[in-house]
Design a binder for this molecule. Structure first.
Ligand code: BEZ
Length: 400
C-alpha cells in the first residue's frame, strides 16, 4: 500500500494518516513516500550547545550520533535522515522559541537534546505528551524522567542522582568524613550536591561548607581560599567542559592538589587531557570510562577518533547510544515514525549495546546502568571499582 503525499498536506498530517492506517494493520511496514517518488526522510531536530563552556559536549554528542547512524547506512527504519541542528547557546529563555521552531516549523519527528539541565526541564515541560519523540543525550536533571516522565521522553545519559549518590559511601569508605561542596549554581549542580549529601550525611559524613559558584563563571580563587582555611578531608564538585579545565588548573595553582583530595562526577570527563598534570589523582563516579575493556568500547573509540580526530568521552557515548536508540526504535516500526505507541514500545524495550556496557531502560525511559569509580592516572580514567551495579534512578514523581 503506497501512501500519497497530497498537495497542501503538511508532512505531519501525512504521517498522521499513515500512522492511523498502521495502527489498524499493526505496523504493516509502511514507509512514507512522496508522490514524486522517493522515501520521505525521518526528521531529527537537534538542540545542543556548539558555543560556550559546553561546546565540546554538544559537538561530541552530535558527531557520535551521526557516526552511529552512518554505520547503519545513514538510514533509520529504511528511511534517509534529515538533521536540523540549532545551537542552544545554553540559553534557557531562548530555548522555548528554538524548540517550537524544530517541532512546529520543521515538523521534526524526533528532538535530540539538550546538554544543559535548565533547557532540558523546559523542553520536557513543553513536549511531555506531545506528538514528537524526545531523546535527551545529556541533561541530567532528575525531574526530566521523574515528575516530567512521559512515554515520548527518553534519555540515554544519566541523572544527577545516579552519578552523585554512589560517591557518598565510596568516600566514607576511603575515610573522607569532612567534605566541602563546590558546584555550578544551576539545576544540575544543585541536584548533584543534594544527591551526594543524601548518601554521605546519613552514613556519618559532614558537609563543612556548601559553596555554589555562579554558572558559567570560572573565577574560583576566593572559593579556594576558603577551602584552604577549612582544610576538609576532601572537596566534592560538579563542573564540566571548558570550565572544569580552568577549575582543576586553578585548584592545582592554589596549592590544593595532593593536599585536599578532589572528587566529582564529570569534572575530568573529556577534560583530563586539557588539565594535564592538574587532573592527576582526581577520583570520580560516572557511568563510563574510556578504559573499559569491552570490544564495543574499543571499536567505538577507534571509530570516533577516525571520524572526528578527537578522543571519545562520555558525551560521545551518550550521542552514539541516542543513534542506537533511534535505529532500534525505527526498525521496530519499519520506519513509521508516526506510529508513536509502537515506536515508544520498541524504544523502551531496546537493549543498547553501549561502549559503557549493555543497558536497558527503566519504566521512566531512563538507562539502568553501572556507575564506575575512576581515578585519573597518567591522563587516563582508570577504573578502580564499581561504585554501584545496575543502578536504577528512583524517578521520583514519575507516574509511568
Ligand atoms: C547538565 O546540565 O545536566 C549537565 C551539563 C554538563 C555535564 C553534565 C550535566
Amino acid at each position: 500500500m503506497s501512501k500519497i503525499f497530497k498537495k497542501n498536506m503538511t508532512r505531519r498530517e501525512f504521517v498522521k494518516t499513515t500512522s492511523t492506517a498502521v495502527a489498524v494493520t499493526a505496523v504493516s511496514s509502511v514507509i512514507p513516500t512522496f508522490a514524486i517518488g522517493g522515501v520521505a526522510p525521518v526528521k531529527v531536530g537537534v538542540l545542543l550547545p556548539f558555543t560556550g563552556t559546553y561546546a565540546k559536549l554538544g559537538s561530541h554528542i552530535l558527531d557520535a550520533m551521526k557516526m552511529r547512524i552512518a554505520q547503519n547506512g545513514d538510514k533509520l527504519g529504511g528511511r534517509p535522515v534529515e538533521y536540523n541542528v540549532i545551537d542552544s547557546e545554553m540559553n534557557v529563555p531562548k530555548s522555548t522559541q528554538r524548540v517550537n521552531k524544530l517541532v512546529k516549523k520543521e515538523n521534526a519527528d524526533f528532538i535530540v537534546g539538550p546538554v544543559h539541565s535548565g533547557i532540558g526541564i523546559n523542553m520536557a515541560r513543553m513536549l511531555k505528551g506531545e506528538n514528537v519523540t524526545v531523546i535527551v543525550p545529556n541533561a541530567g536533571a532528575n525531574t526530566i524522567t521523574g515528575e516530567l516522565c512521559a512515554p515520548n521522553i527518553f534519555r540515554t545519559s544519566f541523572t544527577s542522582w545516579q552519578t552523585a549518590y554512589p560517591a557518598g559511601p565510596v568516600m566514607l569508605k576511603a575515610g573522607l568524613k569532612k567534605v566541602v561542596l563546590l558546584y555550578w549554581n544551576y539545576a544540575f549542580g544543585k541536584e548533584t550536591a543534594a544527591a551526594f549529601q543524601e548518601s554521605f550525611v546519613p552514613g556519618g559524613g559532614e558537609i563543612v561548607a556548601d559553596m555554589p559558584t555562579p554558572f558559567p563563571k570560572t573565577e574560583f580563587q576566593s572559593f579556594f581560599t576558603k577551602v584552604a582555611a577549612l582544610n576538609p578531608d576532601a572537596v566534592f564538585t560538579f563542573y564540566s567542559g571548558g570550565g572544569a579545565i580552568k577549575f582543576m588548573k586553578d585548584y592545582a595553582a592554589a596549592g590544593l592538589q595532593g593536599k585536599i583530595p578532589l572528587w566529582g562526577t564529570f569534572l575530568t570527563e573529556g577534560t583530563a587531557k586539557g588539565a594535564g598534570a592538574a587532573a592527576e589523582g582526581i577520583k570520580s563516579t560516572l557511568h563510563y570510562s574510556t578504559e573499559l575493556d569491552n570490544p564495543i568500547n574499543v571499536k567505538f573509540k577507534a571509530d570516533f577518533k577516525k571520524t572526528t580526530g578527537d578522543d571519545a568521552d562520555v558525551f560521545a557515548v551518550q550521542g552514539f547510544d541516542a543513534g542506537s536508540l533511534l535505529i532500534q526504535g525505527l526498525d521496530g516500526v519499519k520506519g513509521d515514525a508516526g506510529a508513536k505507541i509502537e515506536l515508544h514500545n520498541a524504544m523502551r524495550n531496546a537493549k543498547i549495546e553501549s561502549p559503557r556496557g549493555m543497558f536497558t531502560f527503566s519504566k521512566a525511559n531512563h538507562p539502568i546502568q553501572d556507575i564506575y569509580l575512576r581515578e585519573v592516572q597518567g591522563g587516563l580514567h582508570k577504573v578502580i571499582g564499581v561504585a554501584a551495579k545496575a543502578l536504577e534512578d528512583p524517578a521520583l514523581g514519575c507516574k509511568a
